[in-house]
Every structure is written in C-alpha cells, then in structure tokens.
Design a protein around this ligand. Structure first.
Ligand code: ZN
Length: 474
C-alpha cells in the first residue's frame, strides 16, 4: 500500500484528505487510482489530452520521478508519493521574461500563474485579419495566447487603415498575413503565429479547425460565416462571433455543446444584396475595434475557463447612442446542424447556400438586359462634346468626395419624385460608385418610359481607375 501526500490546494478536491493510501505498482497507476476515487482531481492533474500537467511534480519519497523512471517509476509498499504543484514561483514553463511581461495578470487570483499557463497553451484561430481580426489578434498576442492561427489572403489597402490597426501606411500593398505576423511578433515574441494564406472553404475548414481550441470569426460575408459555424459545430469548437455594420454591432459565443449555434439564430442567410457589406454601406472605424475587443475578451475567458461567456446571449451594440442591449438566444430543436436530427452532417457549398451563383446569374441577366456604356465611351462622348445628360444617383456625402461637375445629382431613393428633372427626349447616362445602384436606376427609368438611358459600367470608381487617376477613390 503506497501513500500519496496531497498538497493543501488539492485537498478540497479529495474530501479534505492530506494523504490517501492506494494499491498501485507504479506512479501512473497510483495517480489513476487517485483520480478514480476523486474525479475532481483529474482536471488539476491532467490536461485535456490526458497528459499529466507539466506544472505538477511528483516525488517518490524524496526523489523527483522525472529523474527516475517518470510515471513508470515503481512504487513499493512502503513508498510515499508526494504531489508538488508549483504554487508560488518556480513557474516551470513561463520564462522570467514572461513572468515580468504578464505580471499584471499573475497578481490577479482570477488569472495567476495557472491561468497564464492556460493562455500560453491555448490555440486560437482567427478567421480574417481585417477590422475585427486586428484588435483581436493584437490583444490575444499581448495577453499571451500561445498559438494564433490567422486565415486571410488579402493585401493591405489604403482604405483598410481607417480601422485595421494591425497595419500602417508602410504596409500598404503587402500581404496582410505577412504584415500581421511581423506586428504580432513585435508585440509578443512568445506567440507562435500560424498563417493560412488561403480562402477558407469546405475543403480545408475542418482540417484547419481541428488544430485549434477556439475559433474567432471576423469575416464579413455570409458564406464564410455559415461555413465557420458549421465547421465549429462539426468539430465541437466554440465560435466567438462578432459582426458590424455602420454604427451597430453584434457579438455572441456560439457553441453547440453548451448552447445555440449561429444557425439556431439565423436559419437562412438573407437574399444576396439585401444586407449591404461594409464596403458598400460603410462602417465607423472604431466599431470593429469595440467588437473585436469583445471577441478577444470572450476568447481569453474561454481559454481561462472562467467567467460567464456570451453563450446563449446576443450582445447588441449601438455606437451612436452608446447603448448595449442583450437578447437571450435559445437552441433551436430543429436546427439543421446542431439539432438532434441534423441534416447538415458535413460541409456544403456555402456560396450556393447563400445564393451567390444566382446573384451572379441575375447580374449577368441584368447586364444583358440593361444597356451599358464603358468609361472609355463616356470619355469619348465628353471629349466630343456630345449632347447628353449625366445622372449621378449616389448620396450627397458621396458627391462631396468626387463627382462629374456637369452631372445631375439625384440620389437613387429620391429618383421617383425627381423624374420631372429628366426628359425622355434626352440621351441619358446614369452612374453611381460601382454600377449597382445606377443599374437599378436605369431599370426604373426604362419602366417609366425612358428609352435612351444607359448605365456606366463600373461607375465613377472605374473612371477614377482607368481614365482620371487624380480623382479620389473611396
Ligand atoms: Zn444550431
């Protein structure tokens, strides 16, 4: 009968016992017997993979078993086994540099050495290194998350700098992952950055997700959002979610094992085009900062295993009124992916699910139905001084950025009440920023009896790109 001595912090998990006698021939067998009798001890002695925690040491009598036969060390009847966790100091897997760096964490009982080690062993996957991914990655790195995977294949653009704080002016034109990895290494060289310069899709998502404990979704499109949700459900990972638009944001933690998933909340994506993207509708630069930091907070809490996460709650943020509201989310018993009878049991074609091909087909049908002119044609018409009316259907704040001086400015939403400003007798060219809104305007005008009306393909943005490089782009 060997005797196991328990340290004070572990005694509450063993009914207060200071020592326990077990029948066991080796250290490993003695520990198994111990946790079989006191299951609460298991998480203190073993990690999630069933390995003995590296910050718990075991002594056979007065010898550290690491210098004997490790867990295979034999125990005789009269031997004692002492469990010695590192409580004060002696942090085996944090270097002195790390202890100084994280001192503000280490002095809080809610984190401490144990919590900091959990952060160091945590593996977090960030989907996207944009507006949300930037503050997320910065704070996760600063907090000491050991491994941060990032999926992104974009290049840093001027228009990113208004909110994507991972990047500076000198990064414009560089791959985001390259710039992000450099910035993160500068913040905290202890962090391992794993870059995935690829588009996340059904063929690679499960394989990538399996390598991580927590997934943080910072994407800006519906196909990827459903893909991330389903891949998280199928691999059992928590999905730390946030989304943003103009002045409003949402955040939650979707984790099918503990609560609802994204599909429980939104069974189906909105029809393509109904919900504008940030590129079309804009976003207050600070908003992804606010929401990305909420994502980082939830991620760190999950890694520490402490606090109340946003599982089952949808946080709504309105930055204009600075109001935070909270809605209760319920698991949908008929959810197609996390319900008891799922019909989605493997990843599907998310572009198709979100109607993207239909949208493309509709756009093609539109472009064949709606007469267009190119920016080169428009230039030739202007150069020749042809008689035609150029109509700008963008919003007033867009006119202020750039415009054709001679254009008639009628925002799309006000076109019906401004028809009297146009004549069916005139040759008309309609434009907007990219060509989408003006196509709707052309359709509307044709329905209203205008025949000589054409859409400027690619809008004023293409004009700025191909004809007039002095014109600002936005
Ligand atoms: Zn669900």
């Amino acid at each position: 009968m060997a005797r196991i001595f328990l340290p004070t912090p572990l005694r509450p998990y063993a009914d207060g016992a200071a020592s326990i006698d077990v029948e066991a021939a080796t250290v490993a067998a003695a520990l198994e017997e111990l946790v079989a009798r006191h299951p609460q001890l298991r998480k203190h002695l073993y990690d999630d993979r069933g390995k003995v925690r590296s910050f718990v040491n075991f002594y056979k009598n007065d010898e550290d078993v690491r210098y004997l036969d490790k867990e295979g060390t034999e125990l005789a009847e009269t031997d004692s086994l002492s469990i010695v966790p590192s409580i004060a100091g002696g942090a085996e897997d944090l270097s002195n540099e790390e202890i100084r760096r994280y001192s503000r964490h280490l002095i809080m009982p809610e984190v401490g050495i144990d919590g900091q080690r959990k952060l160091k062993s945590a593996r977090v996957l960030a989907i996207g290194a944009g507006g949300l991914g930037s503050p997320l990655a910065v704070y996760l790195a600063a907090a000491g998350i050991g491994t941060i995977g990032i999926v992104d294949f974009d290049v840093v653009d001027d228009s990113n700098l208004q909110r994507q704080i991972l990047y500076g002016a000198s990064d414009v034109g560089r791959p985001k992952l390259q710039a992000a990895a450099e910035r993160i290494r500068d913040i905290n060289p202890n962090v391992q950055v794993v870059p995935y310069e690829t588009r996340l899709d059904s063929s690679n998502a499960l394989e990538i997700f399996r390598e991580y404990d927590i997934v943080a979704d910072g994407t800006d499109n519906f196909p990827t959002r459903y893909l991330v949700n389903d891949a998280c459900v199928l691999t059992g990972k928590p999905n730390v979610y946030a989304s943003i638009f103009r002045f409003e944001g949402q955040a939650s933690v979707f984790w099918a094992e503990k609560g609802p998933c994204y599909r429980c909340l939104y069974t189906e994506p909105p029809p393509p085009g109904l919900v504008p993207s940030c590129a079309e509708g804009g976003v207050l630069g600070i908003l992804p900062g606010l929401l990305g930091v909420i994502q980082a907070t939830e991620t760190i809490k999950l890694a520490l295993g402490s606090g109340d996460s946003l599982v089952g709650r949808l946080l709504l943020v309105d930055a204009l009124s600075m109001r935070f509201r909270e809605l209760k989310l319920r698991k949908n018993p008929n959810c197609v992916v996390c319900g008891p009878n799922p019909t989605v049991t493997r990843l599907i074609d998310y572009e198709q699910f979100c109607g993207i091909p239909q949208e493309a087909a509709a756009a093609r049908a539109n472009s064949s139905g709606i007469p267009e002119i190119t920016v080169q044609d428009l230039k030739a018409m202007r150069d020749r001084g042809e008689d035609f009316v150029l109509v700008d259907v963008r919003e007033p704040h867009e006119f202020a950025i750039c415009a054709f001086p001679e254009s008639v400015k009628i925002p799309l939403g006000t076109l019906p009440q401004n028809l009297n400003r146009l004549s069916t007798a005139d040759e008309i060219v309609v434009h907007c920023k990219m060509g989408g809104r003006s196509a709707k305007a052309v359709q509307f005008l044709r329905d209203a009896g205008f025949r000589k009306v054409r859409n400027l393909a690619g809008g004023i943005d293409r004009w700025a790109q191909q004809i007039d490089p002095r014109m600002p782009r936005y």
